[in-house]
Design a protein around this ligand. Structure first.
Ligand code: VGL
Ligand code: ZN
Length: 210
Protein backbone atom coordinates (compact mmCIF):
# COMPACT_ATOMS: atom_id res chain seq x y z
CA UNK A 1 0.00 0.00 0.00
CA UNK A 2 1.39 3.35 -1.01
CA UNK A 3 1.79 5.89 1.80
CA UNK A 4 -0.92 8.53 1.21
CA UNK A 5 0.73 11.91 0.81
CA UNK A 6 -0.70 15.20 1.97
CA UNK A 7 -0.52 18.81 0.82
CA UNK A 8 1.60 19.67 3.87
CA UNK A 9 4.31 17.07 3.11
CA UNK A 10 7.78 17.98 1.86
CA UNK A 11 10.55 15.88 0.36
CA UNK A 12 14.04 16.98 1.40
CA UNK A 13 16.76 15.78 -0.97
CA UNK A 14 20.11 15.98 0.78
CA UNK A 15 23.44 16.77 -0.91
CA UNK A 16 23.30 14.98 -4.28
CA UNK A 17 26.59 16.63 -5.29
CA UNK A 18 29.49 15.34 -7.36
CA UNK A 19 31.92 15.14 -4.42
CA UNK A 20 29.62 12.61 -2.70
CA UNK A 21 29.20 10.49 -5.83
CA UNK A 22 31.60 7.88 -7.25
CA UNK A 23 34.67 9.74 -8.52
CA UNK A 24 34.17 12.59 -6.01
CA UNK A 25 36.54 13.53 -3.21
CA UNK A 26 34.24 12.16 -0.47
CA UNK A 27 32.51 9.50 -2.56
CA UNK A 28 29.71 7.59 -0.87
CA UNK A 29 29.54 3.98 -2.07
CA UNK A 30 26.51 3.47 -4.29
CA UNK A 31 25.59 7.14 -4.10
CA UNK A 32 24.78 7.19 -7.81
CA UNK A 33 22.28 4.33 -7.39
CA UNK A 34 19.77 6.49 -5.57
CA UNK A 35 19.55 9.32 -8.11
CA UNK A 36 16.97 7.74 -10.44
CA UNK A 37 14.81 6.54 -7.53
CA UNK A 38 14.94 10.05 -6.03
CA UNK A 39 13.89 11.54 -9.39
CA UNK A 40 10.92 9.17 -9.38
CA UNK A 41 10.08 9.86 -5.72
CA UNK A 42 10.20 13.61 -6.28
CA UNK A 43 7.35 13.27 -8.81
CA UNK A 44 5.08 12.21 -5.94
CA UNK A 45 5.75 15.41 -3.95
CA UNK A 46 4.47 18.88 -4.71
CA UNK A 47 6.94 20.36 -2.23
CA UNK A 48 10.59 19.51 -2.74
CA UNK A 49 13.58 21.12 -1.04
CA UNK A 50 17.23 20.33 -1.72
CA UNK A 51 20.23 20.88 0.53
CA UNK A 52 23.70 21.67 -0.76
CA UNK A 53 26.94 21.26 1.21
CA UNK A 54 28.77 24.51 0.48
CA UNK A 55 32.18 25.10 2.05
CA UNK A 56 34.75 27.86 1.59
CA UNK A 57 38.31 26.73 0.76
CA UNK A 58 40.22 26.07 3.98
CA UNK A 59 37.04 25.04 5.84
CA UNK A 60 37.50 23.87 9.42
CA UNK A 61 36.05 20.41 8.58
CA UNK A 62 38.84 19.69 6.09
CA UNK A 63 41.75 17.57 7.35
CA UNK A 64 43.97 19.72 5.12
CA UNK A 65 43.20 22.72 7.35
CA UNK A 66 44.81 21.00 10.38
CA UNK A 67 48.49 20.28 10.33
CA UNK A 68 49.36 16.61 10.65
CA UNK A 69 45.75 15.43 10.52
CA UNK A 70 44.21 12.95 8.08
CA UNK A 71 40.68 12.51 6.77
CA UNK A 72 38.33 10.54 9.08
CA UNK A 73 40.27 11.43 12.22
CA UNK A 74 38.25 13.21 14.88
CA UNK A 75 39.24 16.46 16.59
CA UNK A 76 37.67 18.48 19.39
CA UNK A 77 36.33 21.89 18.33
CA UNK A 78 34.64 24.51 20.56
CA UNK A 79 31.24 23.02 19.59
CA UNK A 80 32.26 19.39 20.12
CA UNK A 81 33.89 16.51 18.25
CA UNK A 82 34.36 16.99 14.51
CA UNK A 83 35.22 14.31 11.97
CA UNK A 84 37.82 15.62 9.53
CA UNK A 85 37.04 15.16 5.85
CA UNK A 86 38.86 15.33 2.56
CA UNK A 87 38.34 18.74 0.93
CA UNK A 88 34.84 18.58 -0.58
CA UNK A 89 32.02 20.72 -1.90
CA UNK A 90 34.18 23.81 -2.15
CA UNK A 91 32.14 26.81 -3.28
CA UNK A 92 32.49 27.34 -7.01
CA UNK A 93 33.98 23.93 -7.81
CA UNK A 94 32.37 21.16 -9.86
CA UNK A 95 32.39 18.89 -6.80
CA UNK A 96 29.93 21.23 -5.11
CA UNK A 97 27.47 21.12 -8.02
CA UNK A 98 24.40 18.91 -8.08
CA UNK A 99 24.68 15.92 -10.38
CA UNK A 100 23.16 16.61 -13.79
CA UNK A 101 21.46 13.22 -13.43
CA UNK A 102 19.35 14.68 -10.62
CA UNK A 103 16.17 15.76 -12.34
CA UNK A 104 13.81 17.68 -10.05
CA UNK A 105 12.61 20.65 -12.11
CA UNK A 106 9.97 21.51 -9.51
CA UNK A 107 12.42 21.90 -6.58
CA UNK A 108 11.25 24.98 -4.67
CA UNK A 109 14.15 25.92 -2.43
CA UNK A 110 17.82 25.07 -2.10
CA UNK A 111 19.30 25.39 1.40
CA UNK A 112 23.06 25.84 1.40
CA UNK A 113 24.96 24.94 4.56
CA UNK A 114 28.50 24.85 5.89
CA UNK A 115 29.54 28.18 4.37
CA UNK A 116 30.91 29.58 7.65
CA UNK A 117 34.65 28.94 7.80
CA UNK A 118 34.69 27.84 11.46
CA UNK A 119 31.52 25.71 11.79
CA UNK A 120 30.61 22.55 9.91
CA UNK A 121 26.98 21.86 9.06
CA UNK A 122 25.62 18.40 8.42
CA UNK A 123 22.01 19.24 9.16
CA UNK A 124 19.84 21.22 6.79
CA UNK A 125 18.42 22.99 9.86
CA UNK A 126 21.30 23.87 12.17
CA UNK A 127 25.04 24.01 11.93
CA UNK A 128 27.14 21.63 14.01
CA UNK A 129 27.19 24.01 16.97
CA UNK A 130 23.51 22.96 17.32
CA UNK A 131 22.61 26.64 17.51
CA UNK A 132 23.20 28.52 14.25
CA UNK A 133 20.04 28.22 12.12
CA UNK A 134 20.03 27.84 8.34
CA UNK A 135 16.49 29.22 8.11
CA UNK A 136 14.90 25.93 7.01
CA UNK A 137 12.66 25.51 10.07
CA UNK A 138 11.23 29.00 9.66
CA UNK A 139 10.76 28.42 5.95
CA UNK A 140 8.85 25.19 6.49
CA UNK A 141 6.71 26.71 9.24
CA UNK A 142 5.84 29.81 7.26
CA UNK A 143 4.75 27.59 4.39
CA UNK A 144 2.65 25.38 6.66
CA UNK A 145 4.62 22.25 5.78
CA UNK A 146 4.41 19.72 8.58
CA UNK A 147 5.70 16.29 7.55
CA UNK A 148 9.17 15.72 6.17
CA UNK A 149 10.45 12.85 4.04
CA UNK A 150 14.22 12.79 3.77
CA UNK A 151 16.47 11.06 1.24
CA UNK A 152 19.97 11.56 -0.20
CA UNK A 153 23.56 11.52 1.10
CA UNK A 154 24.89 10.52 3.45
CA UNK A 155 22.58 8.48 5.72
CA UNK A 156 24.84 8.68 8.76
CA UNK A 157 25.76 12.37 8.55
CA UNK A 158 23.72 14.92 6.65
CA UNK A 159 20.55 12.80 6.34
CA UNK A 160 20.58 11.71 10.00
CA UNK A 161 21.39 15.15 11.41
CA UNK A 162 18.69 16.74 9.24
CA UNK A 163 16.17 14.14 10.42
CA UNK A 164 17.08 14.59 14.09
CA UNK A 165 16.80 18.37 13.82
CA UNK A 166 13.48 17.94 11.99
CA UNK A 167 12.11 16.09 15.02
CA UNK A 168 13.62 18.64 17.44
CA UNK A 169 11.95 21.44 15.45
CA UNK A 170 8.59 19.71 15.85
CA UNK A 171 8.12 18.11 12.42
CA UNK A 172 6.99 14.55 11.83
CA UNK A 173 10.06 13.13 10.11
CA UNK A 174 10.51 10.05 7.94
CA UNK A 175 13.78 8.84 6.37
CA UNK A 176 13.36 6.89 3.13
CA UNK A 177 16.07 4.39 3.95
CA UNK A 178 16.80 2.84 0.55
CA UNK A 179 16.92 6.30 -1.02
CA UNK A 180 20.02 7.04 1.07
CA UNK A 181 23.59 5.70 1.15
CA UNK A 182 26.07 5.90 4.03
CA UNK A 183 29.70 6.88 4.59
CA UNK A 184 29.88 4.49 7.59
CA UNK A 185 33.08 5.51 9.34
CA UNK A 186 33.84 4.15 12.87
CA UNK A 187 30.35 2.72 13.38
CA UNK A 188 28.63 5.94 12.31
CA UNK A 189 25.75 4.25 10.46
CA UNK A 190 24.59 2.10 13.38
CA UNK A 191 25.02 5.01 15.75
CA UNK A 192 22.98 7.28 13.50
CA UNK A 193 20.07 4.82 13.22
CA UNK A 194 20.10 4.31 16.97
CA UNK A 195 19.85 8.05 17.58
CA UNK A 196 17.15 8.45 14.93
CA UNK A 197 15.10 5.55 16.34
CA UNK A 198 15.44 6.88 19.88
CA UNK A 199 14.22 10.30 18.76
CA UNK A 200 11.21 9.01 16.87
CA UNK A 201 12.37 9.41 13.29
CA UNK A 202 10.32 6.98 11.18
CA UNK A 203 11.75 4.74 8.49
CA UNK A 204 10.19 4.10 5.08
CA UNK A 205 11.25 2.51 1.81
CA UNK A 206 10.99 3.75 -1.78
CA UNK A 207 8.42 1.06 -2.52
CA UNK A 208 6.05 2.67 0.00
CA UNK A 209 5.64 5.62 -2.38
CA UNK A 210 5.92 4.31 -5.93
C1 VGL B 1 28.43 15.20 4.52
C2 VGL B 1 30.41 14.82 5.58
C3 VGL B 1 30.80 16.11 5.35
C4 VGL B 1 27.11 14.64 4.07
C5 VGL B 1 28.81 16.50 4.29
O1 VGL B 1 26.52 15.19 3.11
O2 VGL B 1 26.67 13.65 4.68
N1 VGL B 1 29.22 14.37 5.18
N2 VGL B 1 29.99 16.95 4.70
ZN1 ZN C 1 30.69 18.89 4.20
Amino acid sequence: MATPLRADDALIVVDIQYDFLPGGSLAVAGGDEIIEPINALSRRFRNVIQTQDWHPAGHISFASSHEGMSPFQIIELPYGPQVLWPDHCVIGTRGAEFSVALDIPHVQTIIRKGYRETIDSYSGFKENDHDTQTGLAGYLRERGLKRLFICGLATDFCVAWTAEDGIKAGFETVVIEDATRAIDTAGSLDAAWKRMNDMGVKRAQIGDFL
